[in-house]
Design a protein around this ligand. Structure first.
Ligand SMILES: Cc1ncc(COP(=O)(O)O)c(C=O)c1O
Length: 205
């Protein structure tokens, strides 16, 4: 692989401090290259990477088949708006369907958008009966868009941006219950008729 010259980590960090809104806490390391389970920083230090990129990097860094497929695609068409069809998207949807539950895919750009869609689908499902409430668990994280943020039952994410989207019910997660916050989990249909969202808990970004 041809080596590319990089500026030092300190210069990149200074650039971020000047030009990037600091809404994420970052480690003071600028990563420049990855291969399998290893990554390298701008100073040439190699790290063994135990972090799967919030689930986005499960195949490791730069697997050759994926790199080759991406290169081939961006050399043909780099963007196709949703107002047209494209072969690769149809093939991907079919592969997803055949490897999962046989349904149809909804493509979007982020986890938050996926959870927004899940909330809206649940509401569409219950709309005729006036069922609209959504249950999520304390300490979960569902994203930073408004409904996903409202579903994220962690007050530190809400401070200063309230009021939140109404009708998101919250129940203690197993982890908060075990920490002694108490409460019980009630998913009885008459209480919370339409349930959606990724009931994840723990770490968040
Ligand atoms: C469990 C979970 N749901 C939703 C999200 C939001 O995803 P995104 O940042 O792609 O909007 C995250 C992000 O880390 C997440 O960990």
């Amino acid at each position: 692989m041809a080596s590319v010259a990089h500026q030092g980590s300190a210069e990149t960090i200074a650039q971020f401090e000047r030009y990037v809104i600091p809404n994420y806490r970052r480690y003071p390391v600028c990563l420049v290259r990855g291969e399998g389970s290893y990554i390298w920083d701008a100073e040439g230090r190699r790290y063994l990477d135990f972090f799967p990129g919030w689930g986005c990097n499960l195949l490791g860094h730069c697997p050759p088949r994926v790199v080759e497929a991406v290169r081939e695609q961006v050399g043909q068409l780099i963007h196709v708006p949703n107002t047209w069809y494209m072969e690769a998207q149809g093939a991907f949807a079919q592969a997803l369907s055949e490897r999962s539950f046989g349904g149809q895919a909804f493509f979007c750009n982020s986890g938050a958008e996926a959870n927004e869609a899940a909330i809206k689908l649940a509401r569409l499902h219950g709309h005729a009966q006036g069922r609209y409430k959504v249950v999520t668990m304390e300490d979960g994280f569902h994203g930073r868009t408004y409904a996903a943020l409202s579903a994220t039952a962690q007050p530190k994410y809400h401070a200063g941006v309230e009021p939140l989207v109404p009708t998101i019910g919250r129940r203690p997660s197993w982890s908060s219950r075990s920490r002694g916050k108490g409460g019980s989990i009630s998913l009885h249909p008459s209480t919370f008729p339409a349930c959606a969202g990724s009931a994840t808990s723990g770490a968040c970004c």
